[in-house]
Write a new protein. Sequence first.
Length: 104
Amino acid sequence: MTQQRAAKTDDTAVPFDFPYEPGGSHWNRCMTWNICEELALQLASECAQVQMESDRSVRPIDILLKSCRLVEALGWGEPPLLRWVIQRVAALLNWPTPDIARQP
């Protein structure tokens, strides 16, 4: 069971490294960040569960890559947003960031 967090509506809550669309409104950026943060929290929980249930031969980076490919295949966001989500999941779990999440 996951715990829901209250959505932030203040643009100052959005991390500096979150992708910014030139010409986009601050409100849209904030709402997009809320969605991405929720996705990252959910994926972090699922990735941690996968690692816990694995035989430890599965590397954390491989778990992240599989999650990234799944989210991408489902069409849940543009590439810059997906890269940020995967970077965020890696940070939440204190795992290495896959190279795919570092590409510009």
